[in-house]
Design a protein around this ligand. Structure first.
Ligand code: G3P
Length: 216
């Protein structure tokens, strides 16, 4: 499974990209709004660090303007993927952007039907929001499982991104379901690395190593 980091913060991106853990980045307007730098500066920095898909969200509300926005962003760098919200205008825009060989990430997907339609329109990626589904009392993981089953059954080429991930269990379950990608927030990556028994084990080995007789 590919791992993307879900943040617009360059320090967070660098930390995990430099470990070889991260294959790509997803951003959205809310993540960008948390940063102090300008939008242009943020994107410039991310593309200079990460050699992999970098999703930037179009915020226009009609297909024509989404396409213009997508064309503009895609000129920044070859790795830019245009995030397009899942609705009628978004689907039209995805179809046209795909014709122009511009990669798209259909976002704000909350059902396997929406994922299927996004794939039909030609989306490169479809982002299913697990955490927000769970928050609303639905089973986010079931949507991942259903979407994967449908995509596999028909050999659909769109890649499924498990998004809106809130905890390490979401990552394990997404991987088990065969999701192509999980886009993971910084805090969850931190949690995935750590285990108290690892820390305890390292300390014990270090303590015992001090007791070993050494020739030099
Ligand atoms: O990739 C989409 C993701 O950023 C949404 O996450 O936590 O705002 O639901 P969240």
């Amino acid at each position: 499974m590919e791992v993307f980091i879900d943040t617009a913060n360059i320090k967070e991106i660098k930390k995990y990209y430099e470990m070889g853990i991260v294959d790509g980045v997803t951003t959205n307007p809310s993540l960008i709004a948390k940063e102090t730098k300008s939008f242009e500066e943020i994107i410039k920095e991310i593309v200079s660090v990460v050699n992999g898909p970098i999703s930037i969200e179009a915020t226009a509300e009609n297909a024509e303007d989404i396409i213009k926005e997508g064309e503009k962003y895609s000129k920044i760098h070859k790795n830019i993927v245009i995030k397009v919200a899942m609705n009628e205008e978004g689907l039209k825009a995805i179809k046209e952007l795909t014709k122009k060989n511009i990669k798209t990430n259909c976002t704000l997907i909350f059902s396997a039907n929406q994922a299927l339609l996004a794939a039909k329109a030609g989306a490169t990626y479809v982002s299913v929001f697990i955490g927000r589904l769970d928050d609303a009392g639905n089973d986010g993981m079931q949507v991942i499982k259903d979407t994967m089953e449908i995509f596999k059954k028909f050999g659909i080429k769109s890649k499924l991104i498990a998004a809106s991930i809130r905890n390490p269990i979401h990552v394990i379950e997404s991987a088990k379901a065969g999701s192509d990608v999980a886009t993971i927030p910084f805090k969850v990556l931190d949690l995935m690395i750590k285990h108290p028994l690892t820390d305890k084990g390292i300390q014990k080995f270090l303590d015992d190593w001090k007791k070993v007789k050494k020739d030099v």
